[in-house]
Design a protein around this ligand. Structure first.
Ligand code: SF4
Length: 356
């Protein structure tokens, strides 16, 4: 199919195939790819770009899995290994609420002492003290771990978490939903079908989630498109994904090593995702991993959301990357200087306030 034919097909709102997505990625001029993705974004959201104020709270850095791309995790006996107490977590939530956060994201390593009792107790305490805050927390990897160590089904774990205050699941742990690559980058982590199954079960229980993809490690373009296809297929079934968030792998201080991929590679991937994932409402650019300038560019490649003002972030910072903080004013200015209209949102994308 020639460039014009495929562009016309997309313009008519027709779904593209995986082969067409690969062709878009490999052959289309960057400017045309940007235009097609941006037109889709503009039609849905006009000039608006959203962001959220939240705090990432990593309750422990001790992890039994030790993925090769992860610079954050530690063994129990390491001198800088930690587990946060109830009080430390509640203080962090309180600070976040006082700074205008509407969401907290608790995530941690896989460690027997931070089990389902520890987590549900923390969630209940957070909701009791701060009923207004959304608990958008835990990855499919943690859900699977709780299911194994407590001998409970995934549904039982998710139900207990929901009852204690969990409102939605972030998409971490997806990396690339292709097992041959997962075996290289995170051999002990859950399989791609398990990740999808956990999100499906969460959706069926009324918990929304986000889907992520990490690029620039050992995957091919075909692997990326297969990842998108698997998420699109699940979304057709459940409609539970709120947004799609591609990140880039940060090689600093990791066992896997390698070099960081380019901004152009990121922007092409983001644009293809916006075009291909016709059933996922929002596409988020990860300013944290690609940098603020590339994130601004992404607002012209199909992204309608810049994710979170990170009041605290530890996982990417562990790779040696220090630009992990942004104030609300800076985010607003970043969006305005890209000639877009900023709006603060909640987890479910309802608008808290708009900035003129
Ligand atoms: S990415 Fe998660 S599961 Fe993997 S080592 Fe790091 S903390 Fe553990």
């Amino acid at each position: 199919m020639k460039f014009d034919d495929l562009a016309r097909k997309i313009e008519k709102g027709k779904r593209i195939t995986s082969e067409e997505a690969i062709s878009l990625f490999r052959e289309y001029p960057l400017s045309l790819l940007a235009k097609i993705a941006n037109d889709i974004k503009e039609e849905k959201y006009g000039n608006k770009v959203t962001f959220i104020v939240d705090r990432n709270i990593n309750y422990t850095n001790i992890c039994e899995v030790r993925c090769k791309f992860c610079a954050f995790s530690r063994d129990e006996e390491d001198s800088d290994a930690y587990v946060l107490s109830e009080e430390e977590i509640l203080n962090k939530v309180e600070e976040a609420v006082n700074m205008g956060a509407t969401q907290v994201m608790l995530q941690g390593g896989l460690y027997r002492k931070t089990d389902l009792y520890y987590i549900t107790n923390i969630f209940s305490l957070i909701k009791k003290r701060f009923p207004q805050i959304s608990i958008h927390s835990l990855t499919a990897t943690e859900i699977d771990y709780f299911s194994k160590i407590h001998n409970l089904s995934i549904e039982e774990v998710l139900t207990k978490l929901k009852e204690s205050g969990l409102s939605s699941l972030p998409g971490g742990g997806a990396e690339i939903l292709v097992d041959k690559v997962r075996k290289i980058i995170s051999p002990k982590k859950i399989s791609s079908s398990k990740w999808l199954q956990i999100h499906e079960k969460a959706h069926l229980l009324g918990l929304k989630s986000t889907a992520t993809m990490v690029i620039g490690h050992r995957e091919t373009i075909e692997d990326r498109i297969l990842h998108l296809e698997r998420i699109r297929k699940l979304q057709d079934k459940t409609g539970g994904f709120l947004s799609f968030i591609p990140w880039i792998y940060y090689p600093g201080k990791t066992e896997l090593g390698g070099t960081k991929t380019t901004s152009v590679d990121y922007l092409r991937t983001l644009a293809v995702a916006r075009i291909f994932m016709d059933n996922i409402p929002h596409v988020q650019a990860s300013w944290l991993t690609v940098g603020k300038k590339t994130a601004q560019m992404a607002l012209y490649f199909g992204a309608d959301d810049l994710g979170s003002i990170m009041l605290e972030e530890n996982v990417v910072r562990a790779t040696g990357h220090n630009a992990v903080r942004m104030a609300i004013d800076e985010m607003v200015n970043l969006i305005k200087s890209a000639d877009r209209k900023p709006a603060q949102r909640k987890t479910d994308f309802t608008i808290v306030r708009e900035f003129n």
